[in-house]
Design a protein around this ligand. Structure first.
Ligand SMILES: *Cc1c(COP(=O)(O)O)cnc(C)c1O
Length: 423
C-alpha cells in the first residue's frame, strides 16, 4: 500500500477499516479531555467496556448462590473455563484440550519446567534467547540450580551477532546442531519483548524435535498478537499472560498449552493439585492423584473466578473480531507506524529514531522498538507523554510502541508522528 503522511489519508483508512467498531468497545484513558494515544498494549491492554458486566455478574452469582455457584445450572463455575479453552485454542492454533487458563505466567514457567525440563548428566542444557524478559531468566536459572547444575554452564543464551540487533534463525539452528546431545530444552520467547522480533517457531521446533529436544515458548508477547499454530508445529508446551494483547486485567490469569502427544506420557512428571484431578470424580476426594486428560490436568488450585470473568469478556471480543481479521489490520497499522517514523527521520535528515524490530512483517507483531539516537532520549519519551502519547520506555534508550488492531486507529498513528516530529 502507498501510504501518505496526512490526516485525511489516516482518516480514510479508519473509515475503510472493517474492525473500526471495536474501538468503541474499549475504555480509552483521557488526556486534556481527549482520548489518549495509547500505544502500550504490549504492556497492558485496555479495558473492555464489557469487563465490568462480566465481573458484576460473577459478584451477583456469588451473592445469590454462594457455594452452590460451582454446580447450579446456568452458573456452573466448575465448567466456566471450558468456553475460554475454545477461544484460546483458536488464538494459539491448538485443540481445546491442549490449553487451559491458570495461575500467573512466571508460576506457569516453573510448572511447565517441572514437567518438561528433565535434565540428565548428558542432556541438561537449556537454550534461550539473550536478553529474554528478566522473569524468564530468573526462572530458568533457578530451575537449573534446583536440579544441581550451574547456569553459567547449563544455560545457553544466544544473542545477535556483533553489531546486529536481531537473532538470525540460521544461528539458532546452528546452535541447536552444535549442542544437540546436551540440550534438554529450548525455551524462548515467541516474540522477544525488547526487540519485538518474532521467532520462526515452526522451523526451530521442527529442527529441535529431530534430535529429541523438548521445545517450549513463552508467548507473553505473541498470544493475541501474531498467528500461532502450536499444535501443527509440534511445540511441546507454551505459556502466556493475558494482560498484554489479551486485555484481561492487570496481572490477569495466565494460560498454558500442552501438546496432546504429551498427555499420556508416563515419563512426564508434574506437581499435582486437586484442580488437576479428573473432573468427573474430583469431588469424591479420593487418595492418589488421577489427572484430567489434557492441559487441565496441570491445574493446581481452585479456579480464580473473577480473573476468568475478566478474561472471558476479552476473549468474547476476539471471537467476534476473528483473529485473521485482526492480524490483517495489524500488519497494515504497524506498517503505517513504520512509514510515519521513517518520515520523521527523513525530515530530520538523519536516523534519530532507529527501528530495531524487523522490517519483514512475518518477523514481527504490532510492536515496533526504537532506539532513540538523541542526546536526551528520556526527554523525548517524557515529551510524548506530556502530549498524550503512552508508549513504554526501557533503559537506556529503547522506546516501544504497539498499535493494537482492536482499539488503535490510523489516526492515532498519524497524530503520534505529528507529535514526534515536533520534539
Ligand atoms: C510480561 C512478561 C512476563 C511477566 O510475567 P508475570 O509472571 O505475568 O509477571 C514474563 N515473561 C515475559 C516474556 C513477559 O513478556
Amino acid at each position: 500500500m502507498n501510504f501518505e503522511n496526512t490526516l485525511s489519508f489516516a482518516l480514510q483508512l479508519d473509515e475503510q477499516d472493517n474492525l473500526k467498531s471495536f474501538r468503541d468497545e474499549f475504555l480509552i484513558p483521557q488526556h486534556n479531555g481527549k482520548d489518549i494515544i495509547y500505544l502500550c498494549g504490549n504492556s497492558l491492554g485496555l479495558q473492555p467496556k464489557s469487563t465490568k458486566n462480566h465481573i458484576n455478574t460473577l459478584l451477583d452469582q456469588w451473592q445469590n448462590y454462594a457455594v452452590e455457584g460451582w454446580f447450579t445450572k446456568g452458573v456452573e463455575w466448575m465448567y466456566f473455563h471450558e468456553s475460554l479453552q475454545q477461544s484460546l485454542a483458536k488464538i494459539c492454533g491448538a485443540k481445546p484440550k491442549e490449553v487451559t487458563p491458570m495461575n500467573n505466567l512466571t508460576v506457569n514457567l516453573h510448572m511447565m519446567m517441572v514437567s518438561f525440563y528433565r535434565p540428565t548428566k548428558q542432556r541438561y542444557k537449556i537454550l534461550m534467547e539473550a536478553r529474554a524478559f528478566p522473569s524468564d531468566q530468573y526462572a530458568i536459572d533457578s530451575q537449573v540450580q534446583f536440579h544441581g547444575f550451574n547456569p553459567e554452564d547449563a544455560v545457553i543464551e544466544l544473542g545477535p551477532r556483533n553489531g546486529e540487533n536481531l537473532l538470525r534463525t540460521e544461528d539458532i539452528l546452528a546452535t541447536i546442531d552444535q549442542h544437540k546431545d546436551e540440550l534438554a530444552l529450548i525455551l524462548m520467547g515467541g516474540i522477544n519483548y525488547l526487540s519485538g522480533q518474532l521467532f520462526d517457531m515452526e522451523t526451530i521446533t521442527k529442527h529441535a524435535k529431530q534430535y529429541g529436544i523438548t521445545v517450549g515458548f513463552d508467548l507473553a508477547h505473541a498470544m493475541g498478537n501474531v498467528p500461532l499454530q502450536l499444535h501443527n508445529w509440534g511445540v511441546d508446551f507454551a505459556m502466556w499472560c493475558s494482560y498484554k494483547y489479551m486485555n484481561s486485567s492487570p496481572g490477569g490469569i495466565s494460560g498454558i498449552f500442552v501438546h496432546e502427544n504429551n498427555f499420556n506420557n508416563a515419563e512426564i512428571q508434574r506437581f499435582a493439585g486437586w484442580w488437576g484431578y479428573e473432573k468427573a470424580t474430583r469431588f469424591l476426594m479420593t487418595r492418589k492423584f488421577k489427572p484430567e486428560e489434557g492441559a487441565e490436568g496441570w491445574q493446581l488450585s481452585t479456579s480464580q473466578m473473577l480473573l476468568l470473568a475478566a478474561h472471558k469478556a476479552s476473549l468474547d471480543i476476539f471471537d467476534r473480531a476473528g483473529f485473521e481479521n485482526l492480524r490483517a489490520k495489524s500488519e497494515v497499522l504497524t506498517a503505517y507506524l513504520e512509514y510515519i517514523i521513517d518520515g520523521v527521520n527523513e525530515k530530520a535528515g538523519k536516523i534519530v529514531y532507529e527501528i530495531v524490530t524487523p522490517r519483514d512483517k512475518k518477523q514481527r507483531g504490532c510492536q515496533l522498538s526504537i532506539i532513540a539516537h538523541h542526546p536526551e532520549p528520556k526527554t523525548v519519551f517524557d515529551k510524548l507523554a506530556d502530549n498524550g502519547v503512552i508508549g513504554d520506555w526501557r533503559e537506556p534508550n529503547v522506546m516501544r510502541f504497539a498499535p493494537v488492531p482492536l482499539y488503535n486507529t490510523f489516526e492515532d498513528v498519524y497524530r503520534f508522528g505529528e507529535i514526534l516530529a515536533t520534539i
